[in-house]
Design a protein around this ligand. Structure first.
Ligand code: PLP
Length: 296
């Protein structure tokens, strides 16, 4: 038994041949059966891109920003451009086929495909999300971890693919395990030259003197769809927003902190490196209400 719904794309990019010239745009598949060839570069090199999209009452949220980022990530890896119409159609189809559930997610994956084939592999699946209420209402403990790169790495070393949402998340998962070893729920990466970057799977937003501040997105971090929508919420509320270089001193001085991401949405930070932080739970609730009621 599975409540996961899976669609496999026949032609993930118009710039590469379809897998089967006579097949439909996507085919339904059974998630627990094998589909991936063992030589797929996504599996053996983490050579591919993905997106995780929140689905509320069957509605994918921030779909167009996610698709745009999928295309951007693919371009950073020199992958053939994803056919956004085909992907949108497959995402909407898996969301529609999912058993009714309030919160779910859809995950799109496009790999470089089997070595030498020149055809990317693509699939999208949707499944119910786990319960996120503890993180949203009680907050999360974070530790800062050195990412080992300067904040200008995206410009100096684009081959490191910082800022792309690639399948190579083993490093992020290792950082998460290190955070857990230190008794925390998540890690916040810091550049070697002292700038606060992002979480292992989330962006940071800080409340600072009545403003919302987030690290600049040109410093080798992922431009978050949730963070962008939280800024939209803030602007609607008359709260000023800005993208800045954030130091550890700025982090310490901020009035409240959140880690923002699809699925978990806004998680208030209750401690950093073991030091308790003030949480604005009323604002957190308003942010999460806004995020979960997005029409698109
Ligand atoms: N930063 C990283 C490294 C991520 O993996 C993610 C999402 O998974 C985010 C930020 C937040 O992005 P979004 O809000 O679009 O989910």
């Amino acid at each position: 038994m599975t409540d996961t719904v899976l669609a496999v794309l026949n032609q993930p990019s118009r710039h590469a041949d379809p897998h089967d010239p006579s097949a439909d745009a996507y085919t339904w598949a059974k998630p627990l059966e094998e589909h991936l060839q063992v030589q797929d570069l996504g599996a053996i090199r983490g050579d591919g891109v993905f997106e995780t999209i929140t689905v509320v009452d069957g509605r994918p949220q921030a779909l167009e920003p996610h698709l745009a980022r999928f295309v951007r990530s693919a371009a950073m890896l020199d992958l053939p451009e994803p056919d956004v119409d085909a992907w949108r159609q497959a995402i909407e189809a898996v969301c529609a086929r999912l058993d009714p559930v309030h919160e779910a997610f859809a995950k799109t994956v496009m790999t470089r495909g089997v070595e030498g084939s020149g055809r990317p592999t693509g699939w999208v699946y949707a499944a119910p999300s786990g319960d996120q209420s503890v993180a949203r209402t009680e907050g999360i403990a974070v530790v800062t971890l050195d990412r080992g790169y300067r904040h200008d790495v995206e410009r100096t070393s684009p081959w490191l693919l910082q800022g792309a949402k690639t399948l190579s998340y083993a490093v992020n998962m290792a950082a998460l395990r290190e955070a857990e070893r230190r008794g925390a729920d998540d890690a916040l990466f810091v550049s070697t030259d002292g700038y606060v970057l992002e979480g292992t799977r989330a962006n940071l937003v800080m409340a600072v003197d009545g403003r919302f501040v987030t690290p600049r997105t040109d410093i080798g971090i992922l431009a978050g769809t949730t963070q962008a929508d939280v800024f939209r919420f803030a602007e609607g509320e008359g709260i000023a927003t800005s993208y800045e270089l954030v130091t550890l001193a700025d982090l310490e001085a901020a009035d409240a902190l959140w880690l923002l991401s699809s699925v978990r949405q806004a998680a208030p930070v209750r401690s950093v490196n073991g030091v308790t932080r003030a949480m604005d739970l009323a604002m957190t609730e308003r942010i999460n209400d806004f995020l979960l009621s997005r029409e698109q």
